[in-house]
Design a protein around this ligand. Structure first.
Ligand SMILES: [Zn+2]
Length: 269
């Protein structure tokens, strides 16, 4: 009888210790004033950005997501810093060899996360049950003890032009309020206003499947209670989106609207 009681007491104690550690992690995230932006994919010398590309250059020019975010991540950072938060911008590859992109990287202060092979699958240092290509970026982001992590991407669902308009902020479970705030802001300022989207709003999708693109980046952040989002809201395969984003003033407004959505969430936490 006595040993059963001792066992139950030990069990209760271990549950309380785990709960306490979780609450401490959650508090640390809520009190953090740091946002990490990860420029998606990487730049290969001679081949350019290795993310999704427009099928051709007929809609105002060629557009590729990694190169796009090298040019415009600084706008997102600017908005976040102007609101009083620290913003760190990272990419898992080396600095682009293209001089325009290299200059943009320098201006933005992009930190090149030293991934030995940007195309290889790695286990997360923070949560070793999580593994993915590009997870070293998620690990590095978590090293900053951030309030939020944004994986900067553009979407694509076709190698030919197609009017795709079901884009979304893919988020982890703890990222739903942030994704919702960001989508609402996009709908108020960009979607179906300056950027045509067939009347469809910007979506929010919870992604917990680690086998789907970026699933385990989101999961590893969720394991640390950090809201995380992949910005798959605009399609490089949609000619209307490509025409819109190929105009630099539009691209800047689009990037700044992502930053404004993050700030809206952070200031209402
Ligand atoms: Zn991408």
């Amino acid at each position: 009888m006595k040993s059963t009681l001792r066992f139950l007491m030990a069990l209760l104690l271990s549950v309380l210790i785990v709960q306490c550690a979780q609450q401490q992690m959650q508090r640390q995230v809520l009190e953090s004033h740091t946002v990490v932006l990860d420029i998606g994919h990487y730049y290969a010398p001679g081949r350019g950005g290795q993310g999704a590309r427009t099928p051709d250059a007929t809609q105002g020019g060629a557009l590729e997501e990694c190169e796009f975010w090298y040019k415009y991540a600084g706008e997102v950072k600017d908005v976040i810093e102007q609101a009083g938060y620290r913003c760190v911008v990272i990419n898992r590859g080396d600095t682009p060899t293209d001089p325009v992109l290299a200059a943009a990287a320098k201006r933005t202060g992009v930190i090149q996360v030293k991934t030995p092979q940007p195309t290889a699958v790695y286990l997360s240092r923070h949560h070793p049950k999580r593994m993915a290509v590009g997870i070293l970026s998620a690990d590095y982001a978590l090293d900053w003890k951030p309030a939020a992590v944004i994986f900067l991407h553009l979407n694509s669902d076709s190698d030919t032009w197609r009017l795709s308009n079901k884009g979304a902020f893919y988020c982890n479970k703890v990222g739903v309020p942030m994704a919702t705030a960001m989508a609402e802001h996009m709908n108020r300022t960009i979607f179906n206003r300056s950027m045509p989207n067939g009347g469809f709003p910007c979506g929010v999708v919870i992604r917990t499947d680690g086998h789907k693109g970026g699933g385990d980046w989101l999961n590893t952040c969720n394991d640390s209670w950090v809201p995380a989002i992949i910005t798959e809201i605009a399609f490089v395969s949609n000619p209307e989106h490509a025409r819109f984003l190929n105009v630099p003033t539009n691209a800047r407004r689009f990037a700044r609207a992502i930053g404004e959505g993050v700030v809206r969430y952070l200031s209402n936490r």
